[in-house]
Design a protein around this ligand. Structure first.
Ligand code: HEC
Ligand code: HEC
Length: 376
């Protein structure tokens, strides 16, 4: 779905123990990101020794770097106006019935695109059943959610607004709310100029999807490596990458996002502990009703994984090292030696990239006719 360009070497940063590189790469305003590349070239800082051409070739066959710009989603050409509107909607708590829960409440763009709790807390402080995945690079996933039940970001965005445990609203109230504020009416008109009645629930979802195409992080050391910078990974990370490929992690976690493309049983070889894979959540079974899909989940995308603890759909594992060991046991049956798991863990840190610069949007002021927040 994308062509990898051997473009400029990206600015990369040295990895220090226990903290991912989130440093000096130039950032772009997300509103402008549809036209401008999210990164510009910079001098590469060598992190490690030059990797062998074989390792690079093996990696290039399995993974692709994040492109500087995401492709337009099907049926939703991205424009600067749509991104501006989508960003407003993403940060606006008034899409929820309580008036306070926005997309950013659970997918905090300053914190890896997540909420950092085991399972999300939504309307009325209710706990949802699953951990919030990151919105960063979600545009590259083949389908959305842990079980892939939404086909794209447009379909996805309608879910949380209506979910009782998330934003607990109705499409009608959202439309009434947005139509009541002149600032939103103007922004919808600019984003959907051909339409006679542009303020709609569908267009809300399209605008949010357009904004989400800017939530991409192309500047990880691993991207620099895939683009040909043989020194972008430390020696340990190179060894971890080799293990990640040779042990079989990459048979499920591959492509641009190292995952997000296909579904697999969670527990191919050994069922994970009940706390990690709670019996009540049978994954894709709920979507397809097929026995074969019991405890089947989407291979989780691993981009920026070091920044998105806790792990798994249950959110019960806090340390990335433990997640690696659990995967080795559950999916491969090969108990990884501690030093192997540690090297894979260090490699996963090379998937952490600087986030795009996102200016907090100014949200339209309410009108007298704007529905009042409901209790909860
Ligand atoms: C109350 C917390 C909460 C709110 C509010 C919320 N989300 Fe989510 N989001 C989640 C959880 C939990 C999941 C995973 C659900 C699942 O897989 O069943 C999720 C999944 C997603 C995904 C799928 C990512 C992937 O890799 O599959 C995207 C994209 C997303 N949300 C965007 C949004 C947008 C846009 C909004 C605002 C319209 C929003 N979310 C509001 C908690 C929330
Ligand atoms: C057979 C396919 C398969 C293999 C092999 C596999 N995984 Fe996974 N991986 C998955 C699935 C499916 C999930 C989602 C599990 C869930 O529902 O919580 C996942 C989740 C993860 C997570 C948690 C992601 C998150 O956002 O919480 C990490 C980390 C991970 N895998 C790393 C690895 C590593 C490292 C290896 C090799 C040792 C590996 N995986 C091997 C399919 C696989």
């Amino acid at each position: 779905m994308q062509t990898s360009t051997l473009a400029c070497a990206l600015a990369i940063a040295l990895l220090t123990a226990g903290c991912g590189p989130r440093t000096e790469s130039p950032a772009t305003d997300s509103a402008a990101a549809s036209t401008a590349p999210a990164t510009t070239s910079g001098a590469s800082i060598a992190a490690g020794p030059a990797a062998s051409p074989e390792l690079l070739a093996q990696a290039k066959a399995l993974f692709q770097p994040i492109p500087d710009k995401a492709p337009d989603p099907a049926g939703n050409p991205v424009t600067a106006e749509k991104i501006v509107l989508g960003k407003m909607l993403y940060f606006d708590g008034r899409l929820s019935s309580s008036g306070v829960i926005s997309c950013n409440s659970c997918h905090n763009v300053g914190m890896g695109g997540i909420d950092g709790v085991p399972t999300s807390i939504g309307h009325g402080f209710q706990k949802g059943p699953r951990n919030a995945p990151t919105v960063y690079n979600a545009v590259f996933n083949v389908a959305q959610f842990w079980d892939g039940r939404a086909e794209d970001l447009k379909a996805q965005a309608k879910g949380p607004v209506q979910a009782g445990v998330e934003m607990n609203n109705t499409p009608e109230t959202v439309e009434t709310t947005l139509k009541s504020m002149p600032g939103y009416v103007l922004a919808f008109q600019a984003a959907f100029p051909q339409e006679t009645s542009p303020v709609s629930f569908d267009n809300m979802a399209k605008a949010i999807e357009a904004f989400e195409t800017t939530l991409i992080t192309p500047g990880a050391p691993f991207d620099a490596f895939l683009k040909g910078d043989a020194r972008a990974l430390t020696a340990d990370q190179q060894a971890g990458l080799k293990l990640f490929m040779d042990k079989g992690c990459a048979s499920c976690h591959n492509g641009i996002n190292l995952g997000g493309q296909a579904y697999f049983p969670f527990g191919v070889v050994h069922a994970p502990a009940d706390a990690v894979r709670p019996a009540g959540d049978r994954g894709r079974f709920a979507v397809t009703k097929s026995q074969a899909d019991e405890y089947v989940f989407r291979a989780a995308p691993l981009r920026n994984i070091a920044a998105t603890a806790p792990y798994f759909h249950s959110g019960n594992v806090w340390k990335l090292q433990d997640a690696v060991t659990i995967m080795g046991d559950a999916q491969l049956g090969a108990t990884l030696a501690p030093d192997e798991a540690e090297k894979i863990h260090l490699f996963l840190h090379a998937l952490t990239a600087p986030i795009p610069k996102i200016d907090y949007p100014e949200l339209p002021e309410r009108a007298d006719t704007t529905p009042l927040p409901a209790d909860g």
